[in-house]
Design a protein around this ligand. Structure first.
Ligand code: BGC
Length: 415
């Protein structure tokens, strides 16, 4: 039967297909098994590689840690001296930076200079950064003398020697040495200049002071008061811009609190803008009779220029004499031009050399030379104050150019 034959044929084909399929299935199964075996092999190889990698990584991490510890301790031992200056905004402190750079080139010790930009918080950060870098001696000129005590305490706790630079850090025992100029002599030189130029009686006197946060402002004022007060008492001068100073004018010696009262009224905060605004306000308040030929005690060069500009612009001021200090280049030019009367040269090279000498003494296990001591409210800090020089139009060339302090090319009209 064709049908049956066809049926049988179909069945035979079907059997063959099934056989083939079975065989194929077997092959697929075998392939799968082989693939799995291969994968397992690969996995084992990877795992072994992984373990090797992990071991390598472990040793790399160990090595890195070790080298960073070694590197860190090398960096730590690298820095000998850390220097912190108050601000880059005044030429005075740029002078110090330049002179430090010059002196450090020959000193043979590593040092780093950081600026606090008029912020006690930044100052503390700077001190901490330098301690972390391994500084063994810190030379700090505080922005705010009392606020800086905390930074000095940190340094002391880390075994670092602290040299207070130019300005005294107050209210802490953690100061080893104070490198300074004779700040009372600075104020005295300013006042003496005014006294020497005054004739007759009733000369209008305008008083200005530095920042109350700076111990030097008190020393400058004290030095000036010592010289001015007898000349106020005898009528040579009449104070025109401070009721507090007028109230105390009979006292030859002022307490710190009394000085605070006066400084609070005539402070420039060591800021040119504050100084100019205060001078303008004083001139606005003053009567025509309080002007004429005036005498001005300005605490430093930056404020002197600002105050001079204000007085120079007042039509009722016939002439003015104004003091300063620091021998800043712009003020030397003002002196040459007849716009500022005098400055007090504090040779920054001397201060820098004294600071470096004190630091080297500590680095070599010695003690710096001491001729004096300044009380900072807690202890008497050993010091060796340097001398200062009065400079005006008559000796400006000899004192500042011929002496090699500045290049003649910095100025115009120098005779
Ligand atoms: C310094 C002066 C300086 C003033 C303002 C004082 O402590 O002794 O030289 O002009 O600060 O920065």
């Amino acid at each position: 039967m064709p049908c049956f034959g066809a049926y049988k044929q179909k069945n035979q084909k079907e059997d063959l297909r099934k056989k083939n399929d079975k065989k194929k299935g077997g092959d697929i199964f075998r392939n799968m098994v082989l693939e799995k075996a291969n994968l397992a092999k690969k996995y084992l190889i990877c795992k072994r590689k992984d373990e090797k990698m992990k071991k390598y990584l472990f040793w790399i991490v160990v090595l890195l840690c070790f080298s960073s510890i070694v590197g860190f301790s090398l960096a730590q031992s690298n820095l000998d001296v850390g220097i912190v200056l108050p601000t880059k905004e005044e030429p005075r402190w740029i002078q110090d930076e330049t002179r430090f750079d010059d002196a450090l080139k020959t000193a043979g010790y590593s040092a780093e200079i950081l600026f606090s930009q008029g912020s006690s918080a930044k100052e503390k950060e700077n001190v901490e950064a330098l301690i972390t870098k391994g500084a063994k001696v810190l030379i700090i000129c505080p922005h705010d003398g009392t606020a800086a005590a905390a930074a000095a305490d940190d340094a002391r706790a880390a075994g670092v020697k602290v040299i207070s630079y130019d300005r005294l850090i107050r209210e802490t025992e953690a100061i080893d040495y104070y490198v300074t100029f004779d700040s009372i002599a600075v104020g005295a030189a300013q006042a003496q200049y005014l006294v020497d130029k005054a004739t007759g009686n009733g000369n209008p006197l305008y008083l200005y002071a530095g920042a109350a946060t700076d111990n030097n402002a008190f020393l400058f004022f004290e030095g000036a008061w010592n010289v001015l007060q007898p000349k106020i008492a005898d009528g040579t001068f009449v104070i025109k811009n401070s009721s507090q100073a007028v109230a105390l004018e009979g006292k030859s010696m002022l307490t710190r609190d009394e000085m605070s009262k006066i400084i609070g009224q005539v402070t420039t905060n060591w800021d040119f803008v504050v100084a100019k605004n205060l001078a303008e306000a004083n001139l606005t308040m003053a009567k025509v009779a309080d002007k004429g030929d005036v005498f001005i005690l300005a605490p430093n060069d930056g404020t002197a220029r600002a105050i001079a500009d204000a007085f120079g612009d007042d039509k009722d001021v016939k002439s003015y004499l104004v003091t300063g200090q620091d021998a800043e280049i712009p003020s030397v030019q003002y002196i040459i031009d007849g716009k500022q009367s005098m400055t007090v040269l504090k040779d920054v090279r001397t201060l820098v050399n004294d600071a470096i000498a004190a630091a080297v003494a500590y680095l070599t296990g010695k003690t710096p030379e001491q001729t004096n001591a300044y009380n900072n409210g807690k202890i008497d800090v050993p010091a060796m104050p340097s001398l200062v020089v009065t400079v005006d139009k008559n000796n400006v060339k000899a004192a500042l150019v011929d002496s090699g302090y500045y290049e003649a090319a910095e100025f115009t009209g120098l005779q």
